[in-house]
Design a protein around this ligand. Structure first.
Ligand SMILES: CC(C)(COP(=O)(O)OP(=O)(O)OC[C@H]1O[C@@H](n2cnc3c(N)ncnc32)[C@H](O)[C@@H]1OP(=O)(O)O)[C@@H](O)C(=O)NCCC(=O)NCCS
Length: 224
């Protein structure tokens, strides 16, 4: 990798990655095409706005992402991580307009950049995969879980896929907990490449199927 970061993949998120948090169970899936998401809307949750990364995020990205505790958990994030890397990431994230599924996670009240997440077609072409990271100062406030719920709702409401996948290292209990709180179930073991380690590590594959999501969202809306 050169220091300009020009030939590095963006600091995204889970695996090949390939983000309003309150889905309505009355939403009907779109017809047939399994991955018809060409236009990713801005998403609003209770506290968060998920939008396309922009140049104004570059400084925050470069500071927050330059953290081995983040890079060592992600497939494509280099470490160390500099401003050029962040600029390259934003440029690539914007290349498809709002059509490539990479979101900046921002605090709606303050506009502050908190992290990134993504919803992308899976490696099989038949499903969607999610990935996410949150800057260390913001850990433990439920932000990743809130963002993941929004990504899941978008994936199932805007496409006809019957499941959404995610992967994480076996040594990543926080990410596992995020997936657990989002309804994902263990779906097998796998090896995961981690760029920052230049190594392949043990990982777990998780899956959320449409029927489970529908049940959870129905259950949620039925709570008193
Ligand atoms: C994983 C990550 C996204 C979580 O972000 P976050 O905003 O702190 O997540 P949330 O607050 O929504 O939930 C974290 C959960 O993990 C739990 N947790 C955190 N550290 C933990 C640990 N060491 N062991 C067990 N649970 C842990 C928290 O208590 C919380 O669960 P709770 O709400 O039941 O208490 C963040 O730590 C991160 O960016 N890590 C590095 C990158 C990464 O791992 N990305 C995912 C790749 S698969």
């Amino acid at each position: 990798m050169d220091s300009s970061g020009s030939n590095r993949p963006p600091p995204e998120l889970v695996d090949q990655l390939p983000p309003d948090g309150h889905a309505s169970h009355s939403a009907k899936p779109a017809p047939a095409d399994p991955v018809p998401l060409h236009d990713y809307p801005v998403l609003s949750t209770e506290r968060l706005t998920l939008r396309t990364p922009r140049n104004a995020d570059i400084d925050a990205i470069s500071i927050l992402a330059n953290d081995p505790a983040i890079a060592f958990m992600l497939p494509h994030m280099p470490h160390p991580y500099g401003r050029a890397d962040a600029a390259d990431f934003v440029r690539k994230a914007c290349q498809g307009g709002n059509g490539n599924g990479i979101y900046a996670i921002t605090d709606t009240a303050t506009g502050r950049f908190l992290g990134c997440c993504a919803l992308r077609p899976g490696s099989t072409g038949s499903a969607l995969e999610i990935g996410y990271w949150v800057g260390r100062p913001y850990w433990g406030r439920g932000y990743a879980t809130e963002a993941v719920h929004a990504l899941i709702d978008l994936g199932f409401r805007a496409t006809s896929v019957d499941h959404v996948d995610a992967s994480c290292r076996v040594t990543n209990p926080a990410s596992r907990r995020v997936l657990q709180k989002s309804g994902f179930q263990f779906h097998g073991s796998e090896m995961l490449a981690v760029m920052a380690l230049n190594a392949t590590v043990a990982g777990d594959h998780f899956r959320l199927d449409r029927k489970t999501w529908l049940s959870l969202t129905t259950w949620r809306t039925q709570q008193p």
